[in-house]
Ligand binder design. Structure first.
Ligand SMILES: NC(=O)c1ccc[n+]([C@@H]2O[C@H](COP(=O)([O-])OP(=O)(O)OC[C@H]3O[C@@H](n4cnc5c(N)ncnc54)[C@H](OP(=O)(O)O)[C@@H]3O)[C@@H](O)[C@H]2O)c1
Length: 397
């Protein structure tokens, strides 16, 4: 098989095929060009990244025209799924459709009252046809790593299997000044990368119990213009002027890089598939911080922008399609340097060229463990069923 797996042209209902490609960059897994110290994204990569973003905006509806809306979801009775950020936008649609397909859904949210209202509405809609949904809400605030540890401990204490973790919650504080969480981390980096990384690792005992299981990270095409400096994850060095765009795109790239190493290091026998998805460019509350005139323009271009229902399809595909685990295991066996990435049209694509740099992905892995307060051998210990100490979370007296 070709050493550069690029999957394409597989409609949601057909097989995921692996064929060779000349694009997509990467350095073949050897961290090539490692002698050159890179301090930012090169102009060519940056330009290509913006072409990908503009291309997605202009052509996503055409490229995804083969995907049904809503995506047909198979019966999911007996499956347990945690969905973060399920009170709004894409996450709300994912949670609702999973529940309506029979899964036990846990809405991991910071606004539990709103989640309970949504559950009531969904249940009322379905009671007419005699369907009882199995949905619950649990509190999780990704701006607090203590909250992440509390959530994971509460869930693991149930000693029940977890089949799918969907790290959907995210922020893009467009145009806002740089802000830091109480834990001291830049907010995009914390909500979009660090907190989901901690959640994924701490929930491994439950995911092992639910194996074969999946961790799905709702990522973004914007990672194509991101760059991660592991010596400056908070983006405070002043080397370049901070913008929310830089904060968002870097956090999404950090997520791809961390996921790639997690994907490589989880032993195949554990049966946990780890991947990223792009939902497309979707009309949700993510644009709530934009200037009013841009929000208005957003409403005027519905042709180009997906609805939240359309934006939920790639994640639902990644969570339920039976061929996804096989695809992930082929990438693992091939020593491919980056995790599987499912695009808005439910087809696998290559993550950005920068995401293929294995050396910097390893740096991101190590730095992330340090920032989220886990020891460097945390993954091995968790896979072996041993306890790990996290710097965050409730302290024992
Ligand atoms: N919309 C797009 O065009 C687009 C494109 C690419 C990727 N994405 C990604 O898709 C995912 C979902 O975004 P969306 O577009 O559906 O946006 P959204 O409508 O704003 O939903 C985001 C969800 O994340 C939750 N959230 C935010 N901060 C949180 C925190 N500190 N702790 C827990 N939950 C938190 C929000 O909860 P509250 O309701 O409590 O704020 C909300 O439920 C994000 O990861 C985003 O980056 C979106």
């Amino acid at each position: 098989m070709d050493s550069n797996p690029r999957a394409r042209s597989s409609p949601a209902s057909s097989s995921i095929s692996l064929t060779s490609s000349s694009d997509g960059g990467g350095d073949g897994g050897d961290g090539g060009r490692k002698d050159r110290k890179k301090e930012a994204l090169g102009w060519i990569e940056w330009g290509r990244g913006w072409c990908s973003i503009i291309g997605e905006f202009l052509f996503q509806r055409i490229a995804a025209s083969h995907v049904e809306n809503p995506l047909p979801v198979p019966p999911l009775d007996g499956l347990t799924c945690i969905v973060t950020g399920a009170t709004s936008g894409i996450g709300l649609e994912i949670a609702r459709q999973l529940a309506e397909s029979g899964a036990h859904v846990v809405m991991a949210v910071r606004r539990t009252k709103l989640a309970h209202e949504l559950i009531q509405d969904w249940q009322n809609d379905k009671s007419e046809i005699g369907l009882t949904l199995n949905v619950e809400a649990m509190e999780l605030d990704l701006l607090s790593l203590d909250s992440v540890v509390r959530f994971a401990e509460a869930w693991n204490a149930r000693m029940v299997p977890l089949n799918v973790l969907i790290n959907n919650a995210g922020i893009f504080a467009i145009g806002e000044p740089q802000r830091f969480s109480m834990d001291g981390y830049e907010e995009h980096m914390q909500v979009n990368h660090l907190a989901p990384a901690l959640l994924s690792l701490l929930l491994l005992p439950s995911l092992l119990r639910g194996s074969p299981s999946r961790i799905i990270n709702v990522n973004s095409i914007m990672h194509f213009v991101g760059y991660v400096d592991t010596h400056d994850m908070n983006m405070t060095s002043g080397r370049s002027k901070y913008t929310s765009l830089e904060g968002y795109s870097s956090s999404k790239l950090a997520q791809v890089k961390f996921t790639s190493i997690l994907h490589k290091r989880i032993p195949a026998e554990a049966g946990i598939s780890v991947l990223c998805v792009s939902p497309g460019i979707v009309h949700t509350n993510v644009a709530r911080d934009l200037p009013k005139v841009i929000v208005a323009a957003y409403h005027l271009i519905p042709y180009f922008i997906f609805s939240a229902l359309e934006g939920s399809r790639s994640t639902l595909f990644a969570a339920t399609d039976p061929q996804v685990p096989e695809y992930c295991s082929v990438l693992k066996a091939e020593e491919w340097p980056v995790c599987a990435y499912i695009s808005y049209d439910c087809r696998p694509i290559n993550a950005s060229e920068e995401a293929h740099n294995l050396k910097t992905s390893q740096d991101v892995w190590e730095k992330t463990l340090e920032l989220i307060g886990l020891p460097s051998d945390a993954l091995n210990k968790l896979i072996e069923g041993e306890a790990v100490q996290c710097r965050f979370g409730p302290k024992e007296e």
